[in-house]
Write a protein that binds this ligand. Structure first.
Ligand code: FES
Ligand SMILES: [Fe+2]
Length: 428
């Protein structure tokens, strides 16, 4: 039976709400340190000096998988019990709900480190199902002809991937779940989760090539969720959410768990499903081997498909004239704050924005994955990338990552035209 009271779409909890959370947090850190000692020796643990943010200084991206194996298996029972505790004590679920058997140890190395990893290394959001169901889970893997994450991530190795905005049901989760995102290291805003709760009631569409939001949805500025080490975010993953690219110099470590109010069902449009689950009752009774296999084909959702939005992004503007590095477009009114125009120059795009400081012109695509910045949320003089949420300063083009900078162009408006002087002439 589903709970009568709807929990908030997201909330932050800590040891004040969950008995024993601090002790389990300490055990997670101890297991990570034990794994590092086994892998690299006690000197590596000493070099960390108790700070998981320094993890990238002692292990390579290729070694993160070993950490996952060690930590998740040592603590599987404790983590599943924690998930049940959250369901009972935070969400108020008194019935026999479901808990995902797939546990995730998220290790996000700093972007500048992660991008030097190799294509065979694991992506930061990988987890593990119980050993007893691993073979059958592997046999259930399917390759979708459309899904192509490498293309979205523009050749970056998997450890450098950052989740674009998405709903979890687009990627094989049930619609009625709640996620637990537990910060094991400190999580500053510039490497944390971002949410877009303002869009909770807005129809959104999925790009099946990436399983992220389609281009053409204007986003508000992201809601940032920095967490102290040991705090957890509990959120409805059908609220649009993503990950801020880790532009800090610290490794970020988190654990993700997932609860489902009822028996999970899967969106027929998703080519795969999270099929391995436990019940809260079986976890409470200590039934370690009680893993349910909910086959996708037997558990397709009968819910009405969500409305598909009509994306009506205006076509990019073609310049009236290009004279060296100066581009002129017809425009007979000042752009209102937040209003944008996309100028197509063939080899590049330029974005004109109305801001509180007047008209601005910057590169129209993100230097990271090449997404169209016209969809990004504007907050004062900062434009947030609609992919990984990083903020570009419209005055300087800079972000917190020195490798990710936008070209900023001089702009001059007359009664009938805007002239944009580019940092270099468009290719002929
Ligand atoms: S696409 Fe990742 S920062 Fe823009
Ligand atoms: Fe998600």
């Amino acid at each position: 039976m589903a709970p009568a009271v709807t929990p908030p779409s997201h909330q932050v909890c800590g040891a004040e709400t969950l008995d024993g959370l601090n002790a389990l947090h300490r055990r997670v850190i101890d297991e990570i340190l034990a794994a590092i000692a086994a892998l690299k020796g006690p000197e590596a643990v000493a070099r960390l000096d108790g700070d998981l943010g320094r993890l990238h200084l002692v292990i390579a991206a290729a070694e993160v998988g070993f950490l996952r194996d060690q930590v998740l298996e040592a603590l599987r029972g404790d983590l599943l019990r924690l998930a049940v505790q959250v369901g009972r004590d935070v969400l108020g679920w008194t019935h026999d709900f479901h808990v995902d058997d797939y546990l995730i140890l998220r290790v996000n190395l700093p972007y500048t480190v992660a991008r030097r990893a190799t294509a065979s290394d694991e992506n930061p959001g990988i987890g593990r199902v119980s050993p007893s169901v691993r073979a059958i889970a592997a046999s259930r893997r399917v390759k979708d002809p459309v899904y192509d994450p490498q293309s979205y991530h523009k050749g970056h190795p998997p450890p450098a991937w950052a989740h674009g905005p998405h709903l979890d049901s687009w990627a094989g989760h049930s619609r009625d779940g709640f996620n637990i995102w537990w910060a094991i290291s400190e999580v500053p805003a510039e490497t944390g989760m971002v949410l877009y709760p303002e869009l909770a009631d807005t129809p959104l569409s999925c790009d099946r090539r990436s399983l992220y939001l389609n281009a053409g949805h204007p986003l508000p500025p992201p809601t940032f969720l920095p967490l102290a080490a040991g705090q957890m975010l509990i959120f409805d993953p059908e609220i649009l959410h993503g990950t801020h690219l880790n532009v800090t110099d610290q490794t970020r470590v988190a654990i993700s768990l997932r609860l489902n109010a009822a028996e999970p069902t899967f969106d027929p449009a998703s080519f795969y499903a999270r099929e391995f689950w436990r019940t809260a009752g079986a976890i409470e009774r200590g039934e370690a081997d009680a893993v349910l296999h909910l086959k996708r084909e037997d558990h397709l959702s009968l819910d009405a498909p969500r409305p598909v939005p009509a994306l009506r992004r205006p076509a990019p503007i073609t310049p009236l004239a290009v004279d060296g590095s100066t581009v002129r477009i017809a425009l007979d009114h000042p752009l209102a704050k937040g209003e944008r125009l996309d100028i197509d120059l063939g080899d590049r795009r330029v974005l004109l924005l109305g801001t509180a400081d007047g008209l601005r012109a910057v590169d129209g695509t993100c230097p990271h994955y090449g997404l169209d910045l016209i969809d990004g949320g504007l907050a004062g003089h900062r434009l947030h990338c609609p992919g990984c949420a990083i903020a570009f300063d419209l005055r300087t083009g800079r972000s917190l990552c020195a490798d990710l900078t936008l070209g900023v162009h001089h702009v001059h408006q007359t009664d009938s035209e805007v002239a944009v002087t580019l940092d270099r002439a468009p290719d002929a």
